[in-house]
Ligand binder design. Structure first.
Ligand code: UDP
Ligand code: MG
Length: 318
């Protein structure tokens, strides 16, 4: 079988209502390029009929290549597996819920043909999402931009096209807590954004509850910044500085007026405040230490139950 020019990688978690429509629209778009392509559908441990549908699509169309996980490993890991199994010269990552319109892929491809190695899609508008999601997303992107050393473009999700060169570098980065848009910015190369309008979900509901969003945000920050660790140092200096200024002030005030600073409330507040700061700092340390522990264990990133029948890779990916 000829190697495809384009690979479309889609992470799928309980998307039974979207898959057929996704397939239909991807086929329509990719046919118009006139180049060979493949669709890598990564089933991230779905519990609905998604697995069945993926297998049926793969039987009907040999360009559909299923990667079936043994359990739910999470969105970023599912995308990673899709990249591992992709063979195209350019690889597009797109969500299964059609919030990222497949038609935009043509714009991404056009930029790739101009010579850009990473073409990311920038959301100019988001439809059908709650103000809470929009607000937290906007705040998150801006926070990440400020405190990380890698300049990760704002309002950009995982919807992007990456050249084979970039995908190969990413495939060698086997860190467990992954933030792919950060990693693909870190790689370098020629990068450019393409604006698009994010559509509402085609069917089903979001698989990103607040808990998962917070974890992703935490991974993004810890993977690309030491700022939280440094925060403890800054707060330490601030508290020590305050104390140095306060000591002579208190001594003088007490000497002039014996009633000043009488009582336990101020002591208690200071102790509580510092105790809180110390516990928070310990917690931050714990976040980083836990991540070091996860890396040291060296477990595979994911476990597959089934790989594409035409998979040629000798080296075992995980
Ligand atoms: N997804 C996944 N594993 C998960 C959660 C989500 O593979 O544990 C997939 C999901 O099927 C979709 C994409 O990741 O294709 C984005 O998820 P979703 O649309 O629910 O996130 P949102 O757009 O609401 O942020
Ligand atoms: Mg979505």
């Amino acid at each position: 079988m000829e190697t495809p020019t384009f690979s479309i990688v889609v992470p799928v978690y309980n998307e039974e209502g979207c898959l057929d429509e996704l397939y239909r629209r991807i086929v329509a778009v990719m046919e118009s390029t006139g180049e060979p392509w493949e669709l890598v559908l990564v089933d991230d441990g779905s519990r609905d009929r998604s697995t069945e549908i993926i297998k049926r699509l793969a039987e009907q169309d040999r360009r559909v290549r299923p990667v079936i996980f043994a359990r739910n490993f999470g969105h970023q890991i599912a995308v990673t597996a899709g990249l591992d199994y992709s063979r195209g010269q350019a690889v597009v990552i797109i969500d299964a819920d059609l919030q990222d319109p497949p038609e935009v892929i043509l714009d991404l491809i056009a930029k790739w043909r101009e010579g850009y190695e990473v073409v990311y899609a920038v959301r100019t508008e988001r439809e059908g999402e709650t103000w809470f999601k929009k607000f937290t997303a906007a705040a998150f992107y801006r926070l990440i931009y400020r405190i990380t050393d890698v300049k990760i473009p704002v309002d950009t999700g995982d919807f992007r096209l990456m050249d084979r060169k970039v995908v190969d570098v990413l495939s060698r980065m086997r860190e467990h807590h992954r933030f792919l848009r950060g990693m693909s910015a870190w790689v370098g190369f020629r990068q450019i954004g393409v604006p698009y309008k994010r559509a509402p979900r085609y069917a089903g509901e979001t698989k990103y509850p607040l808990r998962k969003m917070l974890r992703l945000a935490l991974n993004a920050i810890t993977s690309f910044s030491y700022f939280p660790l440094q925060l403890a140092t800054y707060l330490g200096f601030l508290a020590a500085g305050l104390a140095i200024v306060a000591i002579p002030v208190v001594i003088i005030l007490r000497a002039l007026q014996p009633q000043a600073f009488f009582g336990q409330a101020s002591t208690l507040i200071a102790v509580l405040f510092l105790g809180g700061v110390q516990l928070i700092s310990l917690g931050i340390l714990g976040e980083y230490v836990g991540r070091i522990y996860d890396e040291v264990k060296g477990r595979p990133l994911y476990v597959v139950r089934e790989v594409p029948s035409d998979d040629q890779t000798i080296e075992k990916k995980s």
